[in-house]
Structure formats: C-alpha cells, structure tokens
Ligand binder design. Sequence first.
Ligand SMILES: NC(=O)c1ccc[n+]([C@@H]2O[C@H](COP(=O)([O-])OP(=O)(O)OC[C@H]3O[C@@H](n4cnc5c(N)ncnc54)[C@H](O)[C@@H]3O)[C@@H](O)[C@H]2O)c1
Length: 370
Amino acid sequence: MNKFDYMEKYDYEQLVYFHDKATGLKGITCIHDTTLGPALGGTRLWNYANEEEAAEDVLRLGRGMTYKAACAGLNLGGGKTVLIGDAKEIKGDKLRVEGYFRALGRYVQSLNGRYITAEDVNTSTSDMIYVAEETDYVTGLPGKSGNPSPVTAWGAFAGLKATLKEAFGTDSVTDRTFAVQGAGQTGYFLIKYLLGYDFLTDTYAKEKAKKIYFTEINEEHIERMKREHPEVEFVAPEDIYGLDVDVYCPCALGATVNENTIPQFKCKAIAGTANNVLRDEAAGEAITEKGIIYAPDYVINAAGLINVYHEIHGYNCEKALADSEKIYDRLLEIYKLAKNNNIPTGKAADLFAEKRIEMMKNVKSSHIKR
Ligand SMILES: NC(=O)c1ccc[n+]([C@@H]2O[C@H](COP(=O)([O-])OP(=O)(O)OC[C@H]3O[C@@H](n4cnc5c(N)ncnc54)[C@H](O)[C@@H]3O)[C@@H](O)[C@H]2O)c1
C-alpha cells in the first residue's frame, strides 16, 4: 500500500526522513498520534535491507506505542524512530558515535517536542547521553529512572493478579501455580514478586505462590535462580507449555502462543512481560475459545513506559511503582469490555485505547470552542 494511503487508513500524523552527511546518520521517525500528548518511543538502530522495510517497521512500532501509552493512562502519544545502519560498524567507531548521536539529538530537537526519544534495540542509555547534549526531548537517561525491568515486572505482577481475579474470582497467588518462561531481566523479578518479594522494602513480606516452574536457556540465569531460589523448579524449554499450572507467564520471546503451543496449554491464564506474545489474530481467537484468559502484552508490560514517563516529570520510584499498579484496574476494565463485546482480550485492549483517544479528542476540541 502506498504510504499516504496507509497513513490515512491508520490515522498517522507524520513520517519524517532525516539525514546527516557528516556522520552517516540516516533514519525515519513516525509520529502516529499526539492526541494524548507528545509521541514517545525509542530509537532503534537496525540494518534494514532497504528504506521500505525501515519505513514499514517504524510505522508499525510507532502505532503500537500509541496504544500502549493510551492503555497505560499516560498523557503520551505514540511514535518511534528507526536508524538505518549496521550497529557494529557505527558503534565500533568510537570517534563517530558522539557525532552520530549528537546529530540525532539535533534532529529530535528540531521536532520541537512533538516526539520524545529513548533507547531501544542497539541503542543504549549511554548513547542517549550524547542525544541529551542536543535536545531536551530524550528520556531513560543513566542515573535517572534507571533500569526499567524491575518496574516492568512490578506492573506485570499487578496485571497478573488482575488476571487471576478474572480467571479464579480471587487475586491471591497462594493457591496458584505458575510456569515462567525466561528468567532474564523481567522474568527474574516476576518470579521474585511471586515469591513475596517487595521491591520497595527489599523484603519477602508478601504472600507467596504455591508453586513456580521456570525455564531458561542462559546457564548463568539458570544458576542464579537455582542458587537464590531453589524452590523454583527448572524444566526444559520445550516442557514449559504443557505443564499442569494455572498461569503461563511468557517473559522471553514473542509468538510463543501459536498453533503448536495452544494444544499443549492446560493453564487458565496467560500473563507475562514479553512483547508480541500471540503469533497472530487466530492465536488470540483460539485461546479465547479454549477459555484461557490472555493479558494483552502491551497492557501488562507497560510499566517500563510508565517508568520513563515519570522521568520526564521528575522521577520518583514510589510514584512510578504506584502508577504501574494501575495496570490491575486497567486489565479488569479490558476483560469486562471483552466480555461485553464478545471479543478476544487483545481486541478489547485496542478498543479501550481507541476509546480513550476519542474521548480526549472531544475534550480537547470542546476546550478550544470555549
Ligand atoms: N525489560 C523491560 O523493561 C521490558 C519492558 C517491556 C517489555 N519487555 C519484553 O519482555 C521480554 C523479556 O525482556 P527482558 O528485558 O526480561 O529480556 P532478557 O533478555 O533480560 O530476558 C529474557 C530471557 O529469556 C531467555 N530465553 C530466551 N529464549 C528462551 C527460550 N526459548 N526458553 C527459555 N528462555 C529463553 C533468555 O536467556 C533471557 O534470560 C521481551 O519480549 C521484552 O521485549 C521488557
């Protein structure tokens, strides 16, 4: 589809190409929707096969950010930047890195706050320090909101409890069993929260799950879990889907809910931190038919975004965690919407986001009339 037709179909505001000859910076920014606030989305550096592929990726990712921010209840719109280039080559040239990312910063500044950037695939918080030399519109800087993963897992834990409430009528984890895929940055913390860990007090003061299984492919992460929490049982990666547990928690890869895994599931709910959990729309429909409650990925894993949003307004960890807990109520609303409209929960999340944006459009236009 030609770009303008595509932009019209999905209501995009802007697609901006930029280039800096001296540093070889070459990229595209998508600003999808700024009804709720400035478009926020990270900058991804990727060796795209061609310009077309980069444009398609940035359009898809930028729109996804609009839905994520809207469902998270933030005053943010959705956007994204992709840089076209070989990360190894660009970042391997230490002299070039400063100029490259400062050129990006100058360009971001030229958008005048309509777009706020952050790190993403192949860009780091230290690259963002250079970006910040040239623009105010960058977040997720070192020494500010910090690593988002414990907060992402905190929000996901709140969402997981809402999902238990929906599936079992109570949100307590004490009688429940869990299968966690991936004990990396977020999965590790999700398991700790399931074991009663409180991030704020650094104590195990909360209720504890009845049983947790986990799987991993990284030896260090397997050893860490076995050493710190021997009661969490390791299973082989291929065995995680068919376990007789209440909840499957995807915290590693995308597309793990698919035609191969769905027949294996014995769980009543799917709730974890991973992105793009459903391989496709059909997977969403199939698990709904199977009676499995699915926590839409971009809703349950939004606390990383909530965390950097707080950085823009002066970071306070307690406030960021409290806001992340709102994912609980948000998911309950989405589950209700799904039931009332007889649609899969993923579709209900999209509907929720669109309704919030529509409502705010009306609020803003009535404000102008006065
Ligand atoms: N980090 C965040 O704040 C954040 C925010 C939103 C979404 N997410 C999403 O959550 C997911 C996990 O992110 P993360 O930051 O924890 O990543 P991570 O790389 O730290 O952890 C993922 C873990 O999964 C393991 N893994 C990979 N393939 C596996 C397999 N087949 N079986 C078992 N384990 C496997 C890896 O070894 C790794 O330890 C990703 O989809 C990411 O996009 C993360």
